[in-house]
Structure formats: C-alpha cells, structure tokens
Design a protein around this ligand. Structure first.
Ligand code: SF4
Ligand code: SF4
Length: 246
C-alpha cells in the first residue's frame, strides 16, 4: 500500500512482506506494507507556547492540518523534505527533536508567503518557519543564518541612518557571509544599471554610497528606535522564560 509522506517515517519502521497473512486472511499485495508503532516520551508540552512568543509564530496552535501550505509551497516543489504542515504538526505536539532533524532546511523558506495566503486558519506558516529558525538559532542548534544576517544588516542601516543604502546592505551582507562580491547576477545588475540609468541618477547613487547621508534629525529618532527594539527583545525573552516555567 502506498504510504503518504513515506520519507517522514524512519526506514527501519517500515515493514514490507512478500506475502502476508493476518488472522487467517491473506493480505499480500496491496496491503503488504506495515509501519511498526512507536511510543514517544520526549515531547515538550510548552513548545508550542514558546514558538507563539516569536514574531510570526503567534497562531501556530490554530492549524487543522489541511496541508494547503505544503501543497502551495515554493520550496516543497523543489524538495519534498521541506514540509511546513509537518513542522507545524510537530510544533503543536512539542516534538522538538523531530524538528531538529530538519534544522538544515527549515531556514531555507524563501518568504514567498504562498502558504500564508492559502491557509484557511490564518496560521501564517511563513511566520512559523521564521519563528522555528529563530528558536533554533537562539538555542544554539544552528549558526546564525544568512537570512538573520541580512535582517540585522538591513535593520542596522535603518537605525543608524534612517534610510537604506542598497549597495551597503548588499556588500556588507556578502562580506559578513563570506561570499564573493563578484556574483554573476550582481555583475549583470550593475551592468544594466550602468547601461540604462541617467547619469544624474548614477551620480546620486555614487554620492550616497561614499557619504552615506542620514535622514535629517535622525540621531534622536534612531536612539529612540534602538531603545524600543531593545525593550521589545527583553520583554520577549522575559515572556519566553515565564512560558518555559509555567
Ligand atoms: S494551510 Fe494552515 S491550517 Fe492548513 S496545514 Fe497549513 S498551517 Fe495548517
Ligand atoms: S513562505 Fe516559505 S513555507 Fe511558505 S510557501 Fe513560501 S517557501 Fe513555502
């Protein structure tokens, strides 16, 4: 019998028989595959509540497992091991160790939000993927992802200057993630900009790149925003500690 999402079952629990007789009934052929039962004791009752404290994870408990998120997922189309429905299921059961088996791919969500648009329960699976990735980083299960490094660079520029200088974000991101500046796609983008943009615009880009102007009177506003972000982080950590001890 075909088993749906067979890759999610440990191979040594799948038993296939050439011929099989159960209680005197020959069930060989279509029914020749069985899955050995298992008993789980390493679940964490608080895990779903912890993930709900992360931005994006707030509605994870609403999932009714329809599978629409996985069916529509851009990454699932590339790799059937990328399965938001399954990870949301594991989150709600508190099976952290099962989630950690996929720690190398959960962060690869491309934030296309197809899952979020299609979800009938407003779970916002994209946010849950981000929440799981952040939880894994904070608990030391994974190194800082490129996605986090990009977010930090982007946010840092807003807080420092009150504006985004695209070239700085990109070059700093490539440097911090130890990637070459001479990416084929980047070279192509630069060529097209040089070819199609008016000279005045190119001059402005060059000026901004060299002098990194700030939004007027940004100093005080930037400091207020920094304080706000710090307070929010501290409050979120406190809530998570509280949740873990309920
Ligand atoms: S689409 Fe929404 S309700 Fe359906 S499985 Fe995905 S998260 Fe759950
Ligand atoms: S946002 Fe992420 S999880 Fe959702 S459909 Fe896109 S790649 Fe899949």
């Amino acid at each position: 019998m075909a088993i749906h999402e067979k890759s999610l079952i440990d191979p040594d629990r799948i038993m296939t028989h050439e011929s099989l007789v159960v209680d005197g009934v020959d069930v060989s052929g279509h029914w020749n595959t069985m899955v050995a039962p298992r008993f789980l004791s390493d679940y964490d009752d608080d895990f779903s509540r912890i993930i709900r404290q992360y931005p994006g994870g707030e509605n994870v408990h609403r999932c009714w497992q329809c599978g629409s998120c996985t069916n529509s997922c851009t990454m699932y189309a590339q790799n059937t091991d990328f399965n938001p429905r399954y990870w949301i299921y594991l989150t709600n059961l508190g099976l952290k160790n099962e989630i950690l088996k996929d720690k190398e791919i959960i962060w690869t969500c491309v934030s296309c939000n197809k899952c979020t648009n299609i979800c009938p329960k407003d779970v916002r699976p994209e946010g849950v993927m981000k929440a799981l990735a952040h939880w894994m980083e904070e608990e030391g299960h994974t190194p800082k992802t490129r996605s986090t490094i990009f977010d930090e660079e982007f946010t840092g520029q807003v807080l420092d200057h009150g504006r985004i200088e695209d070239a700085h974000v990109l070059l700093n991101f490539l440097r911090k993630t130890k990637q070459s500046y001479f990416q084929d796609w980047l070279v192509e983008v630069v060529k097209r900009i040089m070819r199609h943009m008016p000279v005045a615009f190119l001059s402005m880009l060059g000026w901004n790149f060299v002098f990194t102007p700030k939004t007027r009177s940004w100093g005080r506003t930037g400091q207020v925003l920094r304080d706000y972000v710090r307070e929010q982080k501290e409050a979120a950590h406190a809530r998570m500690k509280e949740t873990a001890h309920v």
